[in-house]
Design a protein around this ligand. Structure first.
Ligand code: NAD
Ligand code: AKB
Length: 313
């Protein structure tokens, strides 16, 4: 285990903080180098090495990969769905060029494994809404979804053509209490907990019946590590695996929150994020992940809500 040296790019973000801490527990603090364009997240401070890296600067990234003797790269730097619609060119450039820089360096330096997340945002209005399968019609309407779909095929290409062992998951919307979400359409499902505690009221930017695929962060971190630790011959999908946790709508999560805070109220004021949410499936079929590497989610809405409040309190 300790022979591995892992570089996490985008380590100060919502997933990066928790994934870096989890990897440090497995591989040892000094063997997991956190990196980001922004400053080191407070929760990472003092837990292991941190370097400032802009993934768009390929030369700087390459130097760090060699200097740190990196054997695995986790690339998390990206612009998410809602922010991406505000600046499509920036989102496309970062999401594509960042990935190509990492894949190229991985090929040149024979990096053992690369992790890069995709998203349910690859799916569009023509994809099946319920239990959306691994292989189906995929016509994304956001620049974020387009970049993720193109990225999936770049991963597949680098694996098939150059033998890069790159692995990927199509995460649903992630819910966590440690670090804040970074500009997605599913962010309401994190904000609602904070507002419930602070104001006992929340105004949701999605309609009450907008059901979306979601996942509690501990499940997402475990899925990522289980995928990365699975033997290469078990990985049949080299684009990105469907991954499913729990599906719910704003009114359903509000009802669950009311069990903990009876005076909590929710109102609805849908904005441009509604169109993005309406284009995504309501639930995901992840049976290929289950059969390939035994994936099984643990948290349902009830367990997640209880755990969120236990930790946010
Ligand atoms: P985030 O926005 O919270 O974090 C991304 C991090 O990347 C930030 O800390 C940011 O400073 C950093 N970054 C931005 N530009 C950079 C650059 N040029 N060089 C280095 N770092 C840079 O995002 P997240 O929610 O943690 O998402 C991580 C990955 O997971 C992304 O690829 C995202 O698309 C994917 N994903 C996230 C979710 C979710 O619900 N959070 C769902 C599906 C997929
Ligand atoms: C977003 O809403 O953009 C992300 C995602 C599902 O990829 N949370």
């Amino acid at each position: 285990m300790s022979k591995e040296k892992i570089l996490v790019i985008g380590a100060s973000g919502q997933i990066g903080v928790e994934l870096t801490l989890a990897l440090r527990r497995i591989y040892g603090n000094n063997n997991v180098v956190a990196s980001d364009l922004r400053e080191e997240n407070d929760l990472l401070k003092g837990t292991g090495p941190y370097v400032s890296i802009d993934v768009m600067n390929k030369e700087m990234l390459h130097v760090q990969v060699i200097r740190q003797n990196v054997t695995q790269i986790y690339l998390l730097a990206a612009i998410l769905s809602a922010t991406g619609e505000k600046n499509p060119t920036l989102a496309w450039n970062l999401n594509m060029q960042g990935l190509l820089n990492v894949l190229d360096i991985a090929r040149e330096e024979q990096i053992r494994k690369v992790y890069w997340p995709s998203s349910i945002a690859v799916f569009g209005p023509t994809s099946p809404k319920v239990n959306c399968p691994q292989q189906t019609i995929i016509e994304p309407i956001t620049v974020y979804g387009i970049s993720k779909y193109a990225g999936e095929f770049w991963c597949n290409y680098y694996n098939k053509r150059y033998g890069v062992d790159v692995r990927s998951l199509r995460y649903p919307g992630l819910i966590s209490y440690k670090s804040s979400p970074g500009g997605g359409t599913t962010d309401y499902a994190v904000d609602i907990f904070h507002q419930a505690l602070e104001d006992k009221a929340y105004t949701c930017f999605l309609k009450e019946d907008t059901r979306l695929p979601m996942m509690y962060m501990p499940d997402a971190i475990r899925a990522t590590i289980e995928l990365m630790e699975a033997p290469a011959e078990h990985i049949s999908i080299r684009t990105s695996y469907n991954l499913s946790g729990v599906s719910f709508s704003p009114s359903e999560i509000a009802a669950e929150i009311k069990k903990h805070i009876p005076e909590f109220t929710i109102s609805y004021k849908p904005d441009s994020r509604q169109d993005i949410a309406d284009s995504w499936p309501q639930s995901i079929d992840d049976s290929v992940a289950t059969s390939d590497w035994n994936w099984k989610p643990e948290y349902d809405l009830q367990m997640m809500t209880k755990d969120m409040f236990a930790n946010l309190h």
